[in-house]
Design a protein around this ligand. Structure first.
Ligand code: G
Ligand code: G
Ligand code: NA
Ligand code: MN
Length: 254
């Protein structure tokens, strides 16, 4: 059982760590980005996955200091990779709805980037489709200010949030991440495939980039390439790995 005070202490005592999952160009197998995913390296329990503590963090408000730590740490890591001569690709961090709704969210993120002298164009924010549906007007305003500052925004888990397609074109976003539940059946299930094709057509019409999440098989890669979808994230290329292993992944060509 994870308690609020344990999590508070974990944030303060440096027990959180970031893993990174590559985003890959399926044509060239080049690394084109990565997503930072938090874990809790618990002294007794070992590596605790985020599903075990994100909801507690959200219920207690600890998600705000937690994600501030994630942002700062991911940016510092990108700068460290640059010093090591690694190709510079954007890093994505997840923003919980609770954090997104903080009145000073834009100022807070921009202050961190300024403090680190971080290149804004190397940051992506991932916001879930369900977070968008609350306080639509406020979300549009906040995301618009991020976009203005050169930070890109992706709609995560797309297709699971029952969002109204009629206002998708109003959202200041750059990219849709197709939820892995649709990718899972893409080569075996007519309906999954139809949904993915529909999302691809729509995203082209709206000028949005697309990432296919949860790619696990070569057949999925081949089908998606045929459908002109070229960016992927999934176990087929790499699971989320510690910072030291991202560029060691043999499957990737960069
Ligand atoms: O890494 P893994 O696949 O176990 O992640 C499980 C879930 O935890 C995913 O939905 C992921 O988006 C979420 N998650 C990981 N890091 C963060 C974070 O920093 N903030 C939020 N809100 N969710 C995160
Ligand atoms: O979109 P979200 O932030 O929820 O996604 C991150 C989560 O998805 C992480 O927990 C990661 O481990 C998981 N994930 C990433 N790629 C795959 C995959 O190919 N298959 C499955 N089952 N899970 C994946
Ligand atoms: Na995400
Ligand atoms: Mn997702």
């Amino acid at each position: 059982l994870i308690l609020e005070r344990d999590l508070q202490a974990a944030i303060e005592h440096g027990e959180l760590v970031l893993f990174y999952q590559p985003k890959v160009d399926m044509r060239t197998e080049e690394l084109v980005g990565m997503e930072a995913l938090v874990r809790w390296n618990h002294p007794r329990l070992g590596m605790v996955p985020p599903l075990k503590f994100i909801s507690i963090a959200e219920e207690t408000g600890l998600i705000v200091p937690l994600e501030r730590w994630v942002l700062r740490t991911a940016c510092l890591q990108v700068q460290q990779w640059a010093r090591e001569g690694r190709p510079s690709v954007p890093v994505a961090v997840n923003l919980s709805q609770i954090h997104l709704m903080q009145t000073d969210i834009v100022e807070s993120v921009l202050a961190t980037l300024e403090d680190l002298k971080f290149d804004n164009s190397l940051l992506e924010l991932e916001v879930t489709e369900s977070a968008m549906m609350h306080n639509e007007a406020q979300v549009i305003e906040v995301l618009g200010r991020f976009k203005q500052a050169g930070i890109s925004v992706s709609l995560d888990d797309f297709g699971t949030g029952y969002s109204s397609l009629s206002y998708l074109h109003l959202l200041p976003i750059d990219c849709l991440k197709i939820d892995r539940s649709f990718i899972k059946g893409i080569t075996t299930n007519e309906n999954s495939r139809a949904i993915v094709e529909m999302i691809l057509t729509m995203s082209r019409q709206l000028g949005l980039h697309i990432i296919a999440e949860g790619i696990e098989h070569k057949e999925q890669v081949e089908l998606l390439r045929d459908l002109q979808c070229f960016t992927a994230q999934g176990f087929y290329y790499s699971k989320p790995v510690p910072a030291g292993e991202v560029f060691a992944c043999r499957k990737l060509s960069s």
